[in-house]
Ligand binder design. Structure first.
Ligand code: ZN
Ligand code: ZN
Length: 436
């Protein structure tokens, strides 16, 4: 279904006109054999500059180069050195200094290599494509890159690649921690999608069914396999990479990260932001999202136990400012600005809440199976286990759960729980499930 959406402009039932610029997504066994064909279609250049690192060259680059060379492509390599390549300005400059006008830019890697190449291509005003080497994150089809500039992680606008080429054999053999992160990032969409529906229900926020389903359909294939979940089965790996790529497409469709990033991502961003203070080796992005989703799925389940007729709506700006300053400290400035931006639009009136009570409970009820199955897979020994969860100090997880929702001006289940004065209490109750 996805390929029909590519390289096209169409009007949607949601009222928007959607446009996806990506021209080709190729996910199959021996996908590299078709690489020359894809390149022929995308560019008239017969020189290619491939960006990779040592690991991605071994995993996929070498084979891809051989196939391209046999079809008379001239391939130059820029292999970024180091065992752990980071997306910083040093590495970005290496690519920028190397790019020439007569070469087509082809990234070979996952998170970092893709982010660096996308941003370099954008800066030079050229197109690029990517060979996916691991199903580890949802950034392949994305139009933003995270680059660390002077020690600070920043998000930059870029352009999505023209083509994404994924060889299933390569993906299946990716390192365990990368696949783990991919499952975490994708399974987390169970709550980002619910958060989106919740905001649509309570505030009539814009919603697009198509964007919703291109993520949910693949996600559901993973959580609902008859054969049961298998970490490296071809079927699950294919749904995983599709779900991750489709998350990027969904974001392009609606022009924001709304479908793919909700309460679970805010919690993960908080952990990322404050993790440096603890000077610990942190799990990868998607793994943190998976850990957060263990809690956000529980938050949804807990909604069923709340007596809405007795709730106390708390909407006190002074209080929120005080807490933000107290928790975010020298990082408070943008968070306080968020609070200003969201204050009016997040104001939930008691009457509205009581009128929506049935619909909220119905939302949970209709998605109960998905929530429970998501939790089940997240807790398989290969995906997440208590040792991984405990890599994050309890206090950090606690603060992320209680105050992470302040990071983005986006209504989620955690925003709702805070407003009905249940978030802190529920966090204290649930945290002990995983930290004993
Ligand atoms: Zn993510
Ligand atoms: Zn739409």
């Amino acid at each position: 279904m996805t390929n029909r959406l590519l390289d096209s402009r169409f009007s949607c039932d949601c009222g928007k006109e959607h446009y996806i610029t990506i021209k080709k997504i190729l996910i199959e066994n021996d996908a590299f054999n078709k690489l020359p064909e894809v390149m022929d279609r995308l560019t008239k250049k017969n020189k290619i500059l491939m960006i990779c690192d040592q690991n991605t060259y071994q995993a996929a680059g070498k084979k891809a180069v051989n196939i391209l060379v046999k079809k008379d492509y001239d391939v130059n390599l820029l292999k970024i050195k180091g065992n752990k390549v980071v997306p910083n300005t040093d590495n970005l400059n290496k690519i920028l200094n190397r790019i020439t006008k007569d070469e087509y830019l082809l990234a070979c890697g996952s998170g970092t290599i893709n982010d660096l190449s996308a941003y370099a291509a954008f800066k030079r005003g050229i197109s690029y494509s990517v060979i996916a080497t691991a199903p580890s994150m949802d950034g392949y089809a994305s139009s933003v890159s995270s680059i660390t500039t002077q020690g600070v992680k920043q998000t930059y606008n870029t352009k999505p690649p023209e083509a994404i080429i994924a060889d299933i054999g390569v993906l299946k053999n990716a390192p365990k921690r990368l696949i783990q992160a991919g499952y975490g990032d994708l399974l987390g969409k169970t709550t980002s999608l619910l958060d989106w529906k919740l905001a649509n229900l309570l505030f009539d926020e814009y919603f697009c069914n198509k964007a919703f389903h291109i993520i949910e359909d693949e996600l559901y294939k993973i959580i609902n396999t008859k054969e049961g979940f298998n970490f490296r089965s071809e079927k699950n790996i294919v749904s995983l990479i599709k779900g991750l790529i489709n998350s990027g497409l969904a974001m392009q469709l609606v022009g924001s990260s709304r479908p793919a990033s909700g309460s679970e991502h805010h919690i993960s961003h908080f952990i990322e932001m404050f993790g440096d203070d603890y000077n610990l080796k942190m799990p990868l992005h998607g793994t943190k999202v998976g850990i957060a989703a263990l809690f956000t799925t529980l938050f949804y389940l807990e909604l069923k136990n709340i007596d809405f007729s007795k709730i106390n709506l708390v909407y006190n700006k002074k209080n929120r400012i005080k807490k933000i300053k107290n928790i975010y400290k020298n990082r408070s400035k943008p968070i306080l600005k968020n609070l200003e931006d969201r204050w009016q639009k997040d104001n939930l009136l008691k009457e509205k809440l009581l009128n929506s009570k049935e619909d909220i409970l119905l939302l949970v009820e209709q998605n109960l199976k998905k929530i429970l199955k998501t939790r089940k897979i997240l807790q398989q020994k290969d995906t997440l286990n208590n040792n991984i969860i405990k890599q994050i100090p309890k206090k950090l997880t606690e603060n992320a759960l209680k105050y992470g929702f302040e990071i983005r001006s986006r209504y989620t289940v955690t925003t709702l729980l805070d407003q009905i004065d249940k978030l802190e209490q529920l966090t204290d109750k649930l945290l002990n499930k995983y930290y004993q």
